[in-house]
Each structure stands twice: as structure tokens, then as C-alpha cells.
Design a protein around this ligand. Structure first.
Ligand code: CP
Length: 313
């Protein structure tokens, strides 16, 4: 595998999940695989889990790690071809990407959606710009439209906690005061469609995700009905896709509660706003598996880096 920028880069999900779980049992089993190699983590946006888990995964494989908060410390990048750069941008992606690739062997990038320009967001200017102009593998640490490292950690978590051949998994929208991207919900949907699951998405009308991504998923607008007999409930806010990037409804009745959860396991990618997205009683219960989910971010990153390194060596 050269790049890991989307779920579609996974050739066999069951094998990857199994290998990730083996790495979790023996994290240092390949501690020399990354010897004399460097990964550069470029953050155009904030992070806690992605930053620490990717560093941890790289360190477990013997990689040197360089981290840069590009969004606050780097030059403002230009992406357009032929632009007269006499405005706010100082450096073109063409030079920046080539320069970065001289310093490291793998580059991992976090660059969220603007939520103001759907066309530009879907063009994935940062991620695809690096893919186009670097000669080294690129890893997506959450882009405009996807968060494939998170979704792989989610699949690992479900495989560890699941007791059924075909569990019922519900992705439930929740209210939030700010406009949030679609990346986590998109990648989780793609991931659930790749594995054996009775998968249902529930949200208020107007919060439909990109229909290209959800075309093979069941959508149920009645949250109570969607949650019936659920084994796993994944809660996430996202802004409107149709009315792009806008918060069109903050209906508090969509907050996840213990009563609504039933006997299901509760999942969320974190960070989460308590008593807005989900009530304390859920997060503080044994049914919440969010901490284990976050822990599995290390092993999702580690299996990805291992496969990239095996291809480099
Ligand atoms: N879930 C996740 O990506 O967390 P961070 O934004 O803290 O990295």
C-alpha cells in the first residue's frame, strides 16, 4: 500500500482488524521496521487523540517523528494553478509538498473541511495537493471528507466488543452548538458498509449526508425506531450537507440518553460535549466504550504505518 487516504485503501478489512488486534497484543513486535525512517505529522487543525496515537504508533514501529502545527506555524498555502500570489498566501503547495518530502519518508496530514465551500472541500486541496506533489506516502489524519484512521479504530473496537454474526449498528446524529464536518460520519458509514452489520443512520430531516456515500445504507428519520434492538450506537454531530455547513436544527431531543441507549454499547470518536451530545449517565456507564475506542486509535495508525513501511522496505 502506498497511501492511506480513504477506507477504500483497505484491501481486506477482516485481515487488517485481525492484524491490528495482534499489534495491540504485542505493540513492539515490529519495533525495528521503521528504523532510520521518519514520519512527519502536519496539523492544519487541532487534535488530541490523532496526534498522540499516531506518534505512539510510529514510535512502536521505531520511526522518528516530526510534528508541525502547520495551521498556526506554517506559511499560508496557495493551491491554485497560475495564481498571482499577491494576496494572503505565501507559499505554493507545489514547493511546500516537495520540501516536506525531502525531510521524511511518510507524511501524515490533518486538514478539516472549511464548511464554506463544498466544491473546494470535496476537492481535498491539502490532502490531494500533497499526494500530487510529494514522492512519499501520504496518510489522512482527517481531511475534509473522511477520517479513515478513526473509522478503522471503530471497526477494531466493534470487533473486540461484538458477540453477534451481524450486529445492529446505529449512527445517530446529535445536537451541537457549532457547525461540524461530515468526515467522521462519512468514514464510519463507509466502514460499516464494508462489514457484516445491520447498519442504520438516523438524523433529523435536512441532515442527510452525501447521498453518494449513504446510497447503500438504511436511513430512518425516527430516532426511537432506529435505536430498537441496537447493539452499538455511534453518536456524532454533523452540519447540513445539502445546506452546506449550516446548523439548521439543534433539537435537544436528539441528545443520547441512557433510556434511549437501551442495552447497546455507546461509541463516539471524541472530543464530546457532555449533556449536549450525550448525557453524563451514558458516558459514565459501563456501556460507554469511548475510551477503548480512543485507545484503538494507536493500533489503527500502527497497522496503517506497518503496511506502508513494508511497501517502502
Ligand atoms: N477523534 C479524533 O480524531 O480526536 P482528535 O480530534 O482529538 O484527534
Amino acid at each position: 500500500m502506498k497511501h492511506y487516504t480513504s477506507i477504500q485503501d483497505i484491501d481486506s478489512l477482516p485481515n487488517w482488524v485481525q492484524e491490528a488486534r495482534a499489534l495491540k497484543a504485542a505493540p513492539k513486535a515490529f519495533k525495528n521496521l521503521g528504523a532510520d525512517k521518519t514520519i512527519c505529522l502536519l496539523f492544519f487543525n487541532n487534535s488530541l487523540r490523532t496526534r498522540l496515537s499516531t506518534q505512539k504508533a510510529a514510535s512502536n514501529l521505531g520511526l522518528e517523528v516530526m510534528v508541525m502545527n502547520f495551521g498556526s506555524e506554517g506559511w499560508a498555502l496557495e493551491y491554485g494553478d497560475g495564481t498571482v500570489m499577491d494576496q494572503g498566501t505565501s507559499e505554493h503547495i507545489k514547493e511546500a509538498a516537495q520540501v516536506v518530502s525531502q525531510f521524511c519518508d511518510i507524511v501524515a496530514i490533518r486538514a478539516f473541511a472549511s464548511l464554506t465551500d463544498k466544491e473546494k472541500d470535496e476537492a481535498e486541496l491539502v490532502l490531494n495537493g500533497f499526494k500530487k506533489y510529494t514522492s512519499i506516502p501520504v496518510v489522512n489524519m482527517e481531511s475534509s471528507v473522511g477520517h479513515p484512521l478513526q473509522a478503522l479504530a471503530d471497526a477494531i473496537t466493534i470487533s473486540e466488543q461484538n458477540t453477534k454474526a451481524k450486529p445492529k449498528v446505529v449512527l445517530s446524529w446529535a445536537p451541537h452548538p457549532k457547525a461540524l464536518p461530515h468526515a467522521v460520519a462519512n468514514s464510519f458509514t463507509e466502514m460499516m458498509l464494508k462489514q457484516e452489520a445491520d447498519f442504520v443512520i438516523t438524523h433529523p430531516e435536512g441532515y442527510e449526508l452525501n447521498p453518494e456515500i449513504t446510497k447503500d445504507a438504511t436511513i430512518e428519520y425516527n430516532q426511537e425506531k432506529a435505536l430498537e434492538n441496537a447493539d452499538f450506537v455511534y453518536v456524532k454531530n454533523w452540519s447540513s450537507y445539502k445546506d452546506y455547513g449550516n446548523v439548521i436544527n439543534q433539537d435537544k431531543n436528539w441528545m443520547m440518553t441512557k433510556a434511549k441507549l437501551g442495552n447497546a454499547k455507546f461509541m463516539h470518536c471524541l472530543p464530546v460535549r457532555r449533556n449536549v451530545v450525550v448525557e453524563d449517565a451514558v458516558l459514565d456507564s459501563d456501556q460507554s466504550i469511548v475510551i477503548e475506542q480512543a485507545n484503538n486509535r494507536t493500533y489503527s495508525a500502527q497497522i496503517v504505518l506497518k503496511k506502508i513501511l513494508e511497501n517502502l522496505n
